[in-house]
Design a protein around this ligand. Structure first.
Ligand code: LLP
Length: 419
């Protein structure tokens, strides 16, 4: 195999004992590949973020809830958050105990709340209206509350979840109402949480929001935990040497804040963070195949089987993912071309990379979409009745292990009641 353009995966021995071409031959194209070593390293890095003794990393499973993924994360000593009964269900299957799961609800039904309560999972409520509902169905119970810290951050307006333009969290102006509802339903407030949004590379807004949420927390007695949320960014522009988030400096700052706040509060509360992307993005590469190349009105289109049913981020948020190229034949070229890398879905917006300058690509080349481990497979769909790809792990010894098979045509039919 010829590694045409493959710095990141080569440096990390990403594919272990296999090559991308062998993996595609074995499991089909497209294919999600995860490297266990990178995943474990990211977990360790987050666990060591601070030395404050009561610190928990809640992995945000929405980023990647593959069962094996979750088992590895549990094995690394992390806890998890959940956004739905489905995530609670799969997390329990992965071996997390109910107490290791934190359900962060948003506009949910009484049935969903009951599901979490019956499972013994702590639940976070994010509106006055839902607190009232919760009080009615679990009077005398424990509850956590999500406040809006007044600050947001994120790579796209769609993923900013703090500040003035978001549906999330309770506005701090309603704290008196919160207190009266807690009283009315005899609820024990055990925790406070926030999440400012997804992907910051500069930690200033995060630290500011932490300070804000702590001044909210001060207004409540005897809390067990405070959860600062996730959002830790990763460098999607690796090939251009984008600088990593300074996780060490962020950790040091958080550590100091945690110690001094707990000291003033008079209790060693547990502090939590909730990273999804930081843990899972960089251990995943999405492989696909170049099926056709054409020029339409001077635009060069590289046509692959990586439609937006397989990876939605570029279409939904215009997100950038670095691209690698692998080749079986010896065909080589010095040419750099500007191309639109597109998928096979029946929409003109089905573009993975627009106006990207890449080494000349040929039919049958294998494409690697980097940093696809977060919000990749979990956001894939059967649009155009296409089959979602398989997921494969490269384990610590470099062996490939199939963890989730590719959809089959029969899978498309199995939800129907009629034949
Ligand atoms: N906690 C809460 C309450 C969240 O809503 C989220 C993400 C996280 C933690 C984890 O955020 P992270 O550390 O992964 O940034 N689909 C989008 C990202 C949506 C994030 C939604 N909430 C994307 O592909 O960029």
């Amino acid at each position: 195999m010829y590694w045409i353009y493959s710095k990141y995966t080569k440096e990390n021995n990403f594919y272990g004992k296999s090559t991308p071409i062998e993996l595609i031959k074995k499991y089909g194209s497209p294919l999600y590949v995860y490297n266990e070593k990178i995943l474990r390293n990211r977990c360790k890095e987050m666990k060591n973020l601070v030395s404050y003794p009561h610190f928990i990393v809640n992995y945000s499973a929405k980023a990647n809830s593959n069962l094996k993924f979750l088992k590895i994360i549990k094995n690394e000593g992390l806890h998890v958050d959940a956004m739905s009964p489905g995530e609670i269900f799969i997390e329990l299957k992965a071996g997390f105990t109910p107490k290791m799961i934190f359900y962060i609800s948003n506009n949910v039904s009484a049935d969903e709340m009951k599901f979490a309560i019956d499972a013994g999972v702590n639940i976070s409520i994010d509106s006055i209206s839902q607190l009232e509902l919760y009080g009615k169905i679990n009077s005398g119970g424990k509850v956590a509350l999500r406040f809006n810290p007044g600050i947001g951050a994120g790579h796209n307006a769609k993923v900013v979840t703090g500040g003035k333009k978001t549906k999330f969290g309770i506005d701090t102006a309603f704290i008196p109402k919160v207190k009266s509802l807690l009283n009315q339903y005899n609820l024990k407030l055990i925790g406070i949480n926030q999440h400012i949004g997804s992907l910051f590379m500069d930690s200033t807004p995060y630290i500011e929001s932490v300070k804000n949420i702590l001044s909210v927390a001060e207004q409540f007695e005897d809390l067990e935990f405070i959860d600062f949320g996730g959002g830790f960014g990763i460098p999607y522009y690796k090939q251009d040497y984008e600088v990593r988030l300074n996780i060490k400096a962020l950790g040091e700052e958080l550590n100091e804040i945690m110690h001094s706040w707990a000291n003033n509060y008079g209790k060693w509360v547990t502090f939590k963070v909730e990273p999804g992307r930081y843990i899972s993005a960089e251990c995943g590469v999405l492989l696909g195949t170049v099926n056709a190349i054409k020029t339409n009105s001077k635009t060069r289109y590289v046509g692959t089987d990586i439609g937006f049913n397989v990876i939605e981020r570029p279409v939904l948020y215009e997100s950038h993912h670095d691209i690698e190229i692998y080749r079986e034949s010896e065909k080589a070229s010095d040419k750099i071309e500007e191309v639109n890398l597109v998928g096979n879905i029946c929409e003109s917006g089905d573009i993975i990379a627009k106006g990207r300058f890449l080494p000349e690509i040929f039919e049958d080349d294998i494409i690697g979409i980097l940093d696809a481990g977060a919000y990749g497979h979990v956001m894939s769909s059967n649009y155009n009745s296409r089959l979602r790809p398989a997921e494969v792990f490269i384990d610590m010894d470099g062996n490939d292990i199939l963890t989730r098979r590719r959809d089959t045509l029969d899978d498309l039919l199995k939800v129907y009641k009629i034949n």
